[in-house]
Design a protein around this ligand. Structure first.
Ligand code: DOR
Length: 398
């Protein structure tokens, strides 16, 4: 199948170009001569970027599918311009076995909406110190995490790192000392971040820090990155949009303005590798009971574009780098660039469009968004995966 994407402004992490993009069998290719079989795709003068890739997503499937399942989560991702997500293992059962892992991957492949990567738990069923499940690892596994909880036990973390090294696995870590966070959530994040920066450096293992939210943690990460540790990190759209809001229940919590500014400063300086959503669906009742987290896939681009690009802090190329190019590299997929050999996963955006995000427009099963009825800039119009149209704002179903 040959395609030419035309009438566009292509933006990746480096380039801005008005050139047509040539695609063959789902991959970007060299310029070729048009024949009668070639499909011409008019992009209506819109911005075309490599589709977004989320390093940190909760789809609640299996076990909590009343909040989200693989299908509704994937539709929500597409609405936000994503064609790849990295699912956290805090489902029911927890993803601590090959059986649960393989079932999710198989069902996601059958759905064929987006690409789904699945994270495996560090400790078995998130227990404090059981690593027995790491003897039988699924094929294709990349990341370990106990997201939602930190690994409090130092010896378990040390042993897990040794096992990960032997198996060429990486970590994506939720940093929170459980005992301390009840009293001081800032120290709880900083202390565990420091421990794991040190372990990454000393034991030479790749660690990605999830939803970094404090000035202390991002400074520690900068320090160890400068030393050459194999460290990467992400921040969420909500931690750079809000500050000083104790009423918004999320883990880690919305921080002080000094923290928000420190995160933004480090994004500007290139120390933050990814913007990740921490898309965390919950029902209205659960939110009223105080469950932490918010959905975020559908609004991540607009809010990050507003906070970082419209305000003049970084360029659109930089935003593409942290929402697509860098997470693609971490997930070891051929996405995130408009270059020959890369997959034709494209998101078309109307940058000039201001829209109101309405509850009835949400495609996630849960409606716990921070941005309902907010005026947002930059609307996702179409999403292609391997050259195939998967989402079109003008069509409810494809
Ligand atoms: O707010 C959060 N919600 N933080 C987490 O780490 C977990 C997530 C969830 O699973 O709901």
């Amino acid at each position: 199948m040959k395609q030419i994407f035309t009438n566009l402004v292509g933006i990746d992490d480096i380039k801005i170009s008005r050139r047509d993009i040539f695609v063959e069998n789902g991959f970007i290719t060299k310029k070729f001569k048009l024949d009668e079989e070639t499909e011409i795709i008019d992009c209506n003068g819109l911005i075309l970027v490599p589709s977004f890739v989320d390093m940190h997503t909760h789809f609640r499937d299996p076990g909590f599918t009343y909040k989200e399942d693989l299908k509704t989560g994937s539709m929500s991702a597409l609405k936000g311009g994503y064609t790849t997500v990295n699912l956290m293992p805090n489902t029911n059962p927890i993803v601590s076995s090959k059986k649960v892992y393989e079932d999710i991957i198989k069902r996601a492949e059958d759905l064929d909406l987006i690409d789904i990567k699945q994270v495996f738990s560090i400790t078995k069923d998130f227990k404090s110190n059981d690593l027995s499940h790491l003897k039988d690892l699924p094929k294709g596994l990349l990341f370990l995490s106990n997201d939602g909880k930190g690994v409090d036990d130092d010896f378990s973390m040390y042993q897990a790192i040794k096992i990960a090294k032997e198996n060429k696995l990486k970590f994506t870590l939720h940093e929170e000392c459980k005992e301390i966070s009840k009293y001081d959530y800032e120290i709880a994040e900083d202390l565990m971040t420091l421990r794991d920066c040190y372990l990454s450096y000393k034991m030479d293992v790749p660690i990605h820090f999830s939803h970094v939210s404090t000035k202390g943690s991002i400074k520690a990460i900068k320090h160890f990155k400068d030393l050459g540790a194999k460290i990467t990190c992400e921040v969420t759209p909500h931690h750079i949009y809000f500050s000083e809001r104790n009423d918004l229940k999320v883990n880690p919590p919305i921080r002080k303005e000094k923290d928000r500014l420190a995160l933004i400063e480090m994004i500007k300086k290139g120390y933050v590798d990814c913007i990740s959503t921490d898309h965390a669906p919950h029902t209205k009742e659960e939110k009223n009971e105080g469950k932490p987290g918010f959905i975020g896939l559908e609004t991540a681009f607009s809010t990050s574009y507003m906070t970082l690009v419209k305000s003049g802090i970084i360029s659109l190329n930089d935003l593409v780098r942290i929402m697509s190019t860098n997470p693609s590299r971490l997930l070891e997929i051929k996405k995130g660039k408009i270059e020959e050999g890369y997959l034709a996963d494209f998101t078309l955006i109307d940058l000039d469009k201001t829209y109101i995000y309405k509850e009835e427009d949400i495609l996630s099963k849960s409606k716990n968004s921070l941005f309902i009825d907010e005026k947002l800039d930059g609307q996702i119009v179409r999403v292609y995966k391997k050259g195939i149209l998967k989402y079109d704002i003008n069509r409810k179903t494809l």
